[in-house]
Ligand binder design. Structure first.
Ligand SMILES: [Fe+2]
Length: 383
Protein backbone atom coordinates (compact mmCIF):
# COMPACT_ATOMS: atom_id res chain seq x y z
CA UNK A 1 0.00 0.00 0.00
CA UNK A 2 0.92 3.66 -0.23
CA UNK A 3 -0.14 6.13 2.44
CA UNK A 4 0.61 9.81 2.70
CA UNK A 5 -0.58 12.45 5.13
CA UNK A 6 -0.63 15.99 3.73
CA UNK A 7 -0.70 18.79 6.31
CA UNK A 8 -2.08 22.26 5.60
CA UNK A 9 -0.47 24.76 7.97
CA UNK A 10 -2.95 27.43 6.99
CA UNK A 11 -5.99 25.76 8.53
CA UNK A 12 -4.38 23.00 10.60
CA UNK A 13 -6.03 20.36 8.41
CA UNK A 14 -4.78 16.98 7.30
CA UNK A 15 -5.72 15.22 4.08
CA UNK A 16 -4.72 11.72 3.02
CA UNK A 17 -3.76 9.79 -0.08
CA UNK A 18 -4.23 6.04 0.20
CA UNK A 19 -3.37 3.80 -2.72
CA UNK A 20 -2.66 0.26 -3.72
CA UNK A 21 0.83 -0.17 -5.22
CA UNK A 22 -0.50 -3.31 -6.89
CA UNK A 23 -3.60 -2.05 -8.68
CA UNK A 24 -2.58 1.65 -8.65
CA UNK A 25 -6.06 2.63 -7.50
CA UNK A 26 -6.15 5.52 -5.06
CA UNK A 27 -8.43 7.41 -2.69
CA UNK A 28 -8.03 10.91 -1.30
CA UNK A 29 -9.67 11.79 1.99
CA UNK A 30 -10.61 15.35 3.04
CA UNK A 31 -8.81 17.14 0.21
CA UNK A 32 -7.79 20.76 0.59
CA UNK A 33 -8.98 23.32 -1.96
CA UNK A 34 -5.37 23.37 -3.25
CA UNK A 35 -5.92 20.30 -5.36
CA UNK A 36 -2.78 20.83 -7.48
CA UNK A 37 -0.70 19.48 -4.61
CA UNK A 38 -2.14 16.00 -5.16
CA UNK A 39 -1.39 15.90 -8.88
CA UNK A 40 2.36 15.08 -8.72
CA UNK A 41 1.70 12.44 -6.07
CA UNK A 42 -0.82 10.74 -8.33
CA UNK A 43 1.07 11.27 -11.58
CA UNK A 44 4.56 10.22 -10.48
CA UNK A 45 3.34 6.90 -9.13
CA UNK A 46 0.79 6.31 -11.85
CA UNK A 47 -2.13 6.21 -9.42
CA UNK A 48 -5.71 6.31 -10.69
CA UNK A 49 -7.92 8.32 -8.38
CA UNK A 50 -11.01 6.24 -7.74
CA UNK A 51 -12.59 7.80 -4.65
CA UNK A 52 -12.60 11.23 -3.06
CA UNK A 53 -14.05 11.05 0.45
CA UNK A 54 -15.08 13.94 2.64
CA UNK A 55 -15.39 12.64 6.19
CA UNK A 56 -17.93 15.40 6.84
CA UNK A 57 -19.11 18.81 5.71
CA UNK A 58 -16.26 21.05 6.82
CA UNK A 59 -16.97 24.38 8.46
CA UNK A 60 -13.46 25.82 8.75
CA UNK A 61 -11.99 25.28 5.28
CA UNK A 62 -13.23 24.87 1.73
CA UNK A 63 -13.13 21.29 0.50
CA UNK A 64 -11.46 20.49 -2.81
CA UNK A 65 -13.48 17.29 -3.22
CA UNK A 66 -15.81 18.39 -6.02
CA UNK A 67 -12.95 19.86 -8.04
CA UNK A 68 -10.83 16.73 -7.66
CA UNK A 69 -13.71 14.49 -8.69
CA UNK A 70 -14.35 16.63 -11.76
CA UNK A 71 -10.68 16.51 -12.79
CA UNK A 72 -10.25 12.77 -12.34
CA UNK A 73 -13.67 11.24 -12.95
CA UNK A 74 -13.54 9.77 -9.45
CA UNK A 75 -16.50 9.09 -7.17
CA UNK A 76 -17.31 11.63 -4.47
CA UNK A 77 -18.21 9.73 -1.30
CA UNK A 78 -19.80 10.91 1.94
CA UNK A 79 -21.94 9.38 4.63
CA UNK A 80 -25.49 8.75 3.48
CA UNK A 81 -26.86 11.34 5.93
CA UNK A 82 -24.86 14.23 4.44
CA UNK A 83 -27.19 17.09 3.54
CA UNK A 84 -25.51 18.55 0.48
CA UNK A 85 -27.04 19.77 -2.76
CA UNK A 86 -24.67 17.98 -5.16
CA UNK A 87 -24.60 14.28 -6.10
CA UNK A 88 -22.39 11.88 -4.16
CA UNK A 89 -22.06 8.17 -3.46
CA UNK A 90 -23.75 7.56 -0.10
CA UNK A 91 -21.77 5.44 2.35
CA UNK A 92 -23.32 3.37 5.11
CA UNK A 93 -21.84 2.28 8.42
CA UNK A 94 -19.89 -0.94 7.95
CA UNK A 95 -19.60 -0.59 4.17
CA UNK A 96 -16.22 -1.29 2.59
CA UNK A 97 -14.69 0.48 -0.39
CA UNK A 98 -12.07 -1.59 -2.23
CA UNK A 99 -8.87 0.15 -3.28
CA UNK A 100 -7.00 -2.68 -4.96
CA UNK A 101 -6.29 -5.20 -2.22
CA UNK A 102 -7.05 -2.59 0.47
CA UNK A 103 -10.38 -2.11 2.15
CA UNK A 104 -11.65 1.23 3.46
CA UNK A 105 -14.21 0.29 6.09
CA UNK A 106 -16.68 3.02 6.99
CA UNK A 107 -17.50 3.71 10.62
CA UNK A 108 -20.22 6.27 11.30
CA UNK A 109 -18.93 8.44 14.15
CA UNK A 110 -21.30 11.44 14.51
CA UNK A 111 -20.86 14.11 17.16
CA UNK A 112 -18.77 16.87 15.59
CA UNK A 113 -21.22 16.74 12.71
CA UNK A 114 -24.08 14.27 12.17
CA UNK A 115 -22.65 12.88 8.93
CA UNK A 116 -19.08 12.40 10.14
CA UNK A 117 -17.42 9.10 9.27
CA UNK A 118 -14.18 7.51 10.33
CA UNK A 119 -12.38 5.23 7.90
CA UNK A 120 -10.65 2.03 8.99
CA UNK A 121 -7.83 1.03 6.66
CA UNK A 122 -7.45 -2.72 6.26
CA UNK A 123 -4.75 -4.45 4.22
CA UNK A 124 -5.93 -8.10 4.15
CA UNK A 125 -2.73 -9.63 2.75
CA UNK A 126 -1.04 -8.43 5.95
CA UNK A 127 -3.93 -8.69 8.40
CA UNK A 128 -7.69 -8.71 8.54
CA UNK A 129 -7.39 -6.25 11.42
CA UNK A 130 -7.29 -2.53 10.66
CA UNK A 131 -3.85 -0.97 11.07
CA UNK A 132 -5.03 2.62 11.02
CA UNK A 133 -8.12 4.75 11.31
CA UNK A 134 -8.77 8.15 9.76
CA UNK A 135 -10.99 9.86 12.30
CA UNK A 136 -11.96 13.16 10.67
CA UNK A 137 -12.94 15.41 13.56
CA UNK A 138 -14.16 12.71 15.93
CA UNK A 139 -11.04 11.56 17.78
CA UNK A 140 -8.25 14.14 17.59
CA UNK A 141 -4.80 13.91 19.16
CA UNK A 142 -5.36 14.72 22.83
CA UNK A 143 -8.84 16.01 22.07
CA UNK A 144 -12.12 15.39 20.25
CA UNK A 145 -13.94 17.50 17.68
CA UNK A 146 -16.22 20.18 19.07
CA UNK A 147 -19.95 19.68 18.55
CA UNK A 148 -21.13 23.20 17.71
CA UNK A 149 -20.34 23.41 13.99
CA UNK A 150 -23.84 22.57 12.79
CA UNK A 151 -25.94 19.62 13.89
CA UNK A 152 -23.30 18.30 16.26
CA UNK A 153 -24.12 16.47 19.47
CA UNK A 154 -21.72 16.06 22.41
CA UNK A 155 -23.47 12.89 23.64
CA UNK A 156 -23.15 11.36 20.17
CA UNK A 157 -19.49 12.34 20.22
CA UNK A 158 -19.09 10.44 23.50
CA UNK A 159 -20.62 7.33 21.90
CA UNK A 160 -18.48 7.70 18.79
CA UNK A 161 -15.15 8.03 20.56
CA UNK A 162 -16.16 5.18 22.89
CA UNK A 163 -16.68 3.08 19.78
CA UNK A 164 -13.27 4.09 18.42
CA UNK A 165 -11.59 3.28 21.74
CA UNK A 166 -12.75 -0.32 21.40
CA UNK A 167 -10.27 -0.70 18.54
CA UNK A 168 -6.99 -2.48 19.37
CA UNK A 169 -4.20 -0.43 20.97
CA UNK A 170 -1.93 -0.61 17.97
CA UNK A 171 -4.33 1.08 15.55
CA UNK A 172 -2.74 4.31 14.32
CA UNK A 173 -5.02 7.35 14.45
CA UNK A 174 -4.84 9.95 11.71
CA UNK A 175 -7.16 12.89 12.44
CA UNK A 176 -8.64 15.55 10.18
CA UNK A 177 -6.93 18.31 12.17
CA UNK A 178 -3.66 18.73 14.03
CA UNK A 179 -4.47 22.29 15.15
CA UNK A 180 -7.07 24.95 14.51
CA UNK A 181 -10.59 25.65 15.62
CA UNK A 182 -12.20 22.19 15.38
CA UNK A 183 -11.06 21.27 18.89
CA UNK A 184 -9.81 23.21 21.87
CA UNK A 185 -6.95 21.18 23.25
CA UNK A 186 -5.23 19.42 20.38
CA UNK A 187 -1.72 18.24 21.16
CA UNK A 188 -0.23 19.41 17.86
CA UNK A 189 1.06 16.01 16.77
CA UNK A 190 -0.39 14.89 13.45
CA UNK A 191 -1.04 11.29 14.54
CA UNK A 192 -1.36 9.04 17.56
CA UNK A 193 -2.55 5.54 18.46
CA UNK A 194 -5.75 4.26 20.01
CA UNK A 195 -3.75 2.88 22.94
CA UNK A 196 -2.00 6.17 23.70
CA UNK A 197 -5.21 8.19 23.52
CA UNK A 198 -7.06 5.69 25.72
CA UNK A 199 -4.33 6.12 28.34
CA UNK A 200 -3.54 9.80 28.14
CA UNK A 201 -6.32 11.84 26.55
CA UNK A 202 -7.96 13.71 29.47
CA UNK A 203 -11.41 13.80 27.85
CA UNK A 204 -11.42 10.06 27.29
CA UNK A 205 -11.23 9.36 31.02
CA UNK A 206 -14.50 11.16 31.64
CA UNK A 207 -17.94 9.66 32.05
CA UNK A 208 -20.66 10.79 29.71
CA UNK A 209 -22.01 13.77 31.72
CA UNK A 210 -18.68 15.47 32.48
CA UNK A 211 -17.61 14.76 28.89
CA UNK A 212 -20.71 16.53 27.57
CA UNK A 213 -20.15 19.45 29.95
CA UNK A 214 -16.50 19.73 28.93
CA UNK A 215 -17.48 19.85 25.25
CA UNK A 216 -20.24 22.37 25.81
CA UNK A 217 -18.45 24.89 28.03
CA UNK A 218 -15.33 26.92 27.38
CA UNK A 219 -15.46 26.50 23.64
CA UNK A 220 -13.45 28.71 21.30
CA UNK A 221 -15.31 31.16 19.09
CA UNK A 222 -16.67 29.85 15.81
CA UNK A 223 -13.97 30.07 13.13
CA UNK A 224 -13.47 32.86 10.66
CA UNK A 225 -16.17 32.84 7.95
CA UNK A 226 -17.63 29.57 9.17
CA UNK A 227 -21.11 30.47 7.91
CA UNK A 228 -19.95 31.04 4.33
CA UNK A 229 -17.52 28.11 4.30
CA UNK A 230 -20.03 25.57 5.61
CA UNK A 231 -22.69 26.78 3.16
CA UNK A 232 -20.20 26.55 0.28
CA UNK A 233 -19.25 23.00 1.25
CA UNK A 234 -22.93 22.03 1.35
CA UNK A 235 -23.43 23.51 -2.11
CA UNK A 236 -25.95 26.14 -1.02
CA UNK A 237 -23.46 28.99 -1.51
CA UNK A 238 -20.48 29.55 -3.79
CA UNK A 239 -18.00 31.56 -1.74
CA UNK A 240 -14.59 29.87 -2.04
CA UNK A 241 -13.03 33.32 -1.54
CA UNK A 242 -14.26 33.19 2.06
CA UNK A 243 -11.18 31.24 3.08
CA UNK A 244 -8.25 33.29 4.34
CA UNK A 245 -5.49 32.38 1.89
CA UNK A 246 -2.99 35.16 2.50
CA UNK A 247 -1.28 36.86 5.43
CA UNK A 248 -1.00 40.51 4.45
CA UNK A 249 0.83 42.74 6.95
CA UNK A 250 -1.59 44.47 9.29
CA UNK A 251 -1.02 47.55 11.43
CA UNK A 252 -1.42 46.43 15.00
CA UNK A 253 -2.36 49.30 17.27
CA UNK A 254 -2.77 49.64 21.02
CA UNK A 255 -5.99 50.59 22.75
CA UNK A 256 -4.83 54.23 22.98
CA UNK A 257 -5.11 54.42 19.18
CA UNK A 258 -8.87 54.08 19.55
CA UNK A 259 -8.98 57.48 21.28
CA UNK A 260 -6.94 59.17 18.57
CA UNK A 261 -8.57 57.41 15.63
CA UNK A 262 -10.21 59.53 12.93
CA UNK A 263 -13.86 60.26 13.67
CA UNK A 264 -15.10 58.13 10.78
CA UNK A 265 -13.29 54.98 12.00
CA UNK A 266 -15.37 51.79 12.15
CA UNK A 267 -14.57 49.85 15.32
CA UNK A 268 -15.49 46.32 14.29
CA UNK A 269 -15.86 43.90 17.19
CA UNK A 270 -15.54 40.38 15.77
CA UNK A 271 -16.32 38.48 18.98
CA UNK A 272 -19.34 36.26 19.40
CA UNK A 273 -22.62 38.06 20.29
CA UNK A 274 -22.58 36.39 23.70
CA UNK A 275 -19.24 38.05 24.43
CA UNK A 276 -20.25 41.39 22.93
CA UNK A 277 -23.37 41.88 25.05
CA UNK A 278 -21.31 41.57 28.23
CA UNK A 279 -19.20 44.63 27.43
CA UNK A 280 -17.79 46.41 24.41
CA UNK A 281 -15.79 49.50 23.65
CA UNK A 282 -18.23 52.41 23.18
CA UNK A 283 -19.13 52.84 19.53
CA UNK A 284 -18.12 49.32 18.46
CA UNK A 285 -20.32 47.34 16.07
CA UNK A 286 -20.51 43.56 16.31
CA UNK A 287 -19.93 41.33 13.31
CA UNK A 288 -18.70 37.94 14.60
CA UNK A 289 -15.74 36.56 12.67
CA UNK A 290 -17.83 33.53 11.74
CA UNK A 291 -20.22 35.77 9.77
CA UNK A 292 -17.71 38.24 8.35
CA UNK A 293 -17.82 37.08 4.71
CA UNK A 294 -21.62 37.06 4.70
CA UNK A 295 -21.84 40.56 6.13
CA UNK A 296 -19.22 42.45 4.13
CA UNK A 297 -21.92 44.77 2.79
CA UNK A 298 -22.29 46.13 6.34
CA UNK A 299 -18.63 47.13 6.47
CA UNK A 300 -17.85 50.34 4.53
CA UNK A 301 -14.87 50.23 2.19
CA UNK A 302 -14.27 53.98 2.26
CA UNK A 303 -13.64 54.32 6.00
CA UNK A 304 -10.73 53.23 8.21
CA UNK A 305 -11.46 50.05 10.15
CA UNK A 306 -10.14 48.89 13.51
CA UNK A 307 -10.89 45.26 14.26
CA UNK A 308 -11.08 44.21 17.89
CA UNK A 309 -11.68 40.95 19.75
CA UNK A 310 -10.85 39.81 23.25
CA UNK A 311 -7.10 39.47 22.88
CA UNK A 312 -6.02 40.33 19.35
CA UNK A 313 -5.95 36.93 17.60
CA UNK A 314 -9.38 36.91 15.99
CA UNK A 315 -9.13 40.61 15.16
CA UNK A 316 -5.83 39.98 13.38
CA UNK A 317 -7.25 37.19 11.22
CA UNK A 318 -10.34 39.26 10.49
CA UNK A 319 -8.21 42.25 9.50
CA UNK A 320 -6.18 40.03 7.18
CA UNK A 321 -9.35 38.74 5.58
CA UNK A 322 -10.67 42.27 5.06
CA UNK A 323 -7.36 43.23 3.42
CA UNK A 324 -7.58 40.13 1.26
CA UNK A 325 -11.00 41.38 0.16
CA UNK A 326 -9.61 44.75 -0.87
CA UNK A 327 -10.17 46.87 2.24
CA UNK A 328 -7.24 49.30 2.35
CA UNK A 329 -7.10 50.85 5.81
CA UNK A 330 -7.47 48.09 8.35
CA UNK A 331 -5.80 47.87 11.76
CA UNK A 332 -6.09 45.30 14.53
CA UNK A 333 -6.25 46.33 18.19
CA UNK A 334 -3.56 44.48 20.14
CA UNK A 335 -4.77 43.21 23.50
CA UNK A 336 -8.38 43.78 22.47
CA UNK A 337 -11.20 44.26 24.94
CA UNK A 338 -9.17 42.53 27.65
CA UNK A 339 -6.61 45.33 27.53
CA UNK A 340 -9.37 47.93 27.43
CA UNK A 341 -11.02 46.38 30.47
CA UNK A 342 -7.69 46.02 32.32
CA UNK A 343 -7.07 49.74 31.79
CA UNK A 344 -10.40 50.41 33.55
CA UNK A 345 -11.78 52.11 30.45
CA UNK A 346 -15.57 52.45 30.27
CA UNK A 347 -17.46 49.66 28.53
CA UNK A 348 -20.99 49.57 27.26
CA UNK A 349 -23.35 46.63 27.51
CA UNK A 350 -26.44 45.72 25.60
CA UNK A 351 -29.15 43.13 26.09
CA UNK A 352 -28.97 40.41 28.69
CA UNK A 353 -26.47 37.56 28.60
CA UNK A 354 -28.07 34.13 28.51
CA UNK A 355 -26.31 32.40 31.40
CA UNK A 356 -22.58 32.09 31.98
CA UNK A 357 -20.17 32.89 29.16
CA UNK A 358 -19.29 29.75 27.22
CA UNK A 359 -16.69 31.22 24.91
CA UNK A 360 -13.03 30.79 25.80
CA UNK A 361 -10.52 32.89 23.89
CA UNK A 362 -7.46 30.96 22.85
CA UNK A 363 -4.87 31.61 20.20
CA UNK A 364 -4.52 27.83 19.98
CA UNK A 365 -7.87 27.82 18.25
CA UNK A 366 -6.25 29.50 15.24
CA UNK A 367 -4.09 27.49 12.91
CA UNK A 368 -0.92 28.88 11.37
CA UNK A 369 1.60 31.50 12.47
CA UNK A 370 0.32 34.38 14.57
CA UNK A 371 2.85 37.11 13.67
CA UNK A 372 2.18 39.20 10.59
CA UNK A 373 4.23 42.31 10.23
CA UNK A 374 6.63 40.71 7.88
CA UNK A 375 6.59 40.24 4.16
CA UNK A 376 3.32 39.13 2.74
CA UNK A 377 3.04 35.40 2.36
CA UNK A 378 0.50 34.21 -0.16
CA UNK A 379 -0.40 30.56 -0.28
CA UNK A 380 -1.35 29.59 -3.82
CA UNK A 381 -4.82 28.31 -4.36
CA UNK A 382 -6.03 26.32 -7.30
CA UNK A 383 -9.01 28.51 -8.04
FE1 LIG B 1 -14.64 19.67 11.02
Amino acid sequence: MYFKQILDERCGCASYLIASRQSHEAAIVDPSIDIEQYEPLLRERGFQLRYVIDTHVHADHISGARHLVAEHGAELCMHESAKVTYPFRPLANGQELPVGQLRLRILHTPGHRPELISILVVNPPRSTEPSMVLTGDSLLVGDVGRPDFGGGDPAAQFDSVSKLLRLPDWVAVFPGHFEGPCGKGMCGRPSTTIGFERLYSPLLHMDRDPFVTALTNGIPARPLNMTAIEATNRGVADMPWAMLTSSPPIDEVGIDAIDSAPPNVVLLDVREPDEFVRGYVPGAVNVPQADLANRLDEIPRDRPIFTICQSGSRSLRSAQFLKQQGYHTVSSVVGGTAAWRAAARPMETTGTPSGPLRIADSEWAHAGAITTNTEEVRIPTSR
